[in-house]
Design a protein around this ligand. Structure first.
Ligand SMILES: [Zn+2]
Length: 242
């Protein structure tokens, strides 16, 4: 099976849209298109026909490009079943336990409610890659807009079962802000302090800091490392107030 080609497209102030191409089948999908034009331009430049959009949740900075990309390419839109009313462009609704495919590459759908009530993630086990939307960020986690700390803790526990090498494709460049907060709640973590310095240098040089990996998050992410839902909720509230 050919290796998936995954391209990061920075849009809006800090969103990343992911363009994912299977060179064998030539199928190409877009994860969470906030907008259409830069995504269509990137796909065009590469000669990749967009065949699908995979949404993780309904927020407009994840679905705003759905209608225009579908109109221009005729692609299929896959979206979380629990958010069908808020993603009227969806063609196929999926939820935890379902599988979706890009060519021969299979992704398992995970239910990861908390940031939104119907939020899902797409895990390509054979490719060691997971598209998490706004659930797990580099050294952070999504805000609890429609769910509880208990739900987010369960999400973190499940993500923590993945191997260290698993690449985590999140939807925002929040890394520097997350790192600066993380050191305040985990000041004695040497790996975290070192990572903050790396991220400061990368951002000063204008470089992106995602994807991250489960191994890096296991070592430095205070939300993934939280020992209980109560602790996760406590630090999430601190971050919200920061
Ligand atoms: Zn969101």
């Amino acid at each position: 099976m050919a290796v998936l080609e995954i391209v990061r497209i920075p849009v809006l102030s800090d969103n990343y849209v992911w363009l994912v191409h299977d060179p064998e089948s030539f199928e190409t999908m877009v994860v969470d298109p906030a907008v259409a034009d830069p995504v269509l331009a990137e796909a065009d430049a590469r000669g990749w026909p967009i065949t699908a959009i995979w949404n993780t949740h309904w927020h407009p900075d994840h679905t705003g490009g759905n209608a225009d990309i579908k109109a221009k390419t005729g692609c299929e839109i896959i979206a979380p079943a629990a958010e069908r009313e808020r993603i009227p462009t969806a063609d196929r609704l999926v939820s935890g336990g379902d599988q979706v495919r890009l060519g021969a590459h299979v992704a398992d759908v995970w239910d990861v409610p908390a940031h939104t009530a119907g939020h899902i993630a797409y895990h390509f086990a054979d490719d060691s890659a997971i598209f998490v939307g706004d659930t797990l960020f580099a050294m952070g986690c999504g805000r609890l807009f429609e769910g509880t700390a208990e739900q987010m803790f369960a999400n973190m526990q499940r993500l923590g079962t993945l191997g260290d090498a698993t690449r985590v494709y999140c939807a925002h460049e929040y890394t520097l802000s997350n790192a600066r907060f993380a050191v305040t709640v985990d000041p004695d973590n040497a790996a975290l302090t070192a990572r903050l310095a790396e991220v400061e240098a990368a951002r000063a040089a204008g470089e992106a800091t995602v994807p991250t990996t489960i191994g890096a998050e296991r070592a430095t992410n205070p939300f993934l490392r939280a020992p209980s839902a109560a602790e996760l909720g406590r630090i999430r509230a601190l971050k919200d107030a920061a």
